[in-house]
Design a protein around this ligand. Structure first.
Ligand code: 6PG
Length: 251
């Protein structure tokens, strides 16, 4: 039976240490049972603390990084050196600090410029990375996700066609209402919900309504709409919310 758990912490640092512990534990379980750990990183600023912690001396020797395969749940169509790039954030805080195997980081080809082309190319490369026979929708071991104050997650924004996409693993999206106002690519809900586990990381008063909507299914505002993130309900996988205490005060 898939689990749905809420973990509450007094600070983002404490949250990040707890998440790091769980990710290393899951990585080693995946490696021992399937010889590989496939993880999609979240963008935005919240996971930076986690990335710094999990690549620190405390964990560097706690897993076989050469058996990790890294994906990106979404990316902004900007240069990989641009500070707005989710890859650039992960490179600085994690990827350059751990001994990953060459070729095991699947970076969206943003140099294709056209976001539809980037999405199509990324989907092909993700599918090709699953060498073993498996389900039509490939199953990642873990997908890390953030939460926007408007209820979005990855680059699945309210009102966009991407929310209804059921054919593809990855699609393009025009900007949402939150910055940066650039085109994106994003994992689709069916791909996210096929994962063995989804781990949300959320912190900050500004996300209170978004969290309540995403976790409890309450309208995010007077429009009556639910947060996009509420649609992340893994089909057979586990769902873990890691939040700081201001978000889990009485609903
Ligand atoms: C993106 C992110 C996005 C992010 C949320 C939360 O590319 O914009 O993937 O989904 O996770 O916007 O961002 P913060 O962690 O910076 O609040």
């Amino acid at each position: 039976m898939a689990k749905r758990l809420l973990h509450t912490y007094v600070s983002l640092t404490e949250l990040s240490f707890a998440a790091a512990e769980q990710i290393i534990q899951q990585a080693n379980q995946s490696i021992s049972s399937r010889g590989v750990f496939r993880i999609a990183l979240a963008g935005g600023s919240t996971p930076r603390v986690l990335y710094e912690i999990i690549s620190s001396d405390k964990y560097i020797d706690k897993t076989d990084w050469s058996l990790w395969i890294i994906y990106f749940g979404d990316e902004r169509i900007v240069s990989l050196a641009d500070e707005r790039s989710n890859y650039a954030t992960a490179k600085r805080s994690l990827l350059d600090k751990v001994p990953l195997k060459e070729g095991n980081i699947y970076i969206p080809s943003v140099d294709l410029i056209d976001s539809k082309a980037v999405a199509t190319d990324y989907e092909t490369r993700i599918r090709d990375s699953f060498t073993e026979e498996g389900p039509t929708t490939p199953q990642l071991d873990l997908i890390l996700l953030g939460l926007g104050s408007d209820g979005h997650t990855a680059s699945l924004f309210p009102g966009k066609a991407s929310l209804k996409e059921v054919r593809y693993l990855v699609v393009d999206s025009t900007p949402g209402i939150l910055p940066p106002p650039v085109n994106r690519i994003t994992f689709t809900l069916p791909f996210i919900n096929a994962s063995r586990r989804v781990m949300f990381l959320a912190s900050g008063e500004d996300k209170l309504n978004a969290f309540r909507s995403a976790y409890y299914g309450k309208p995010i505002d007077s429009s009556g709409h639910l947060a996009v993130a509420y649609s992340v309900q893994p089909t057979n996988g586990d769902l873990d919310w890691f939040v700081t205490k201001e978000l889990s005060s009485d609903e």
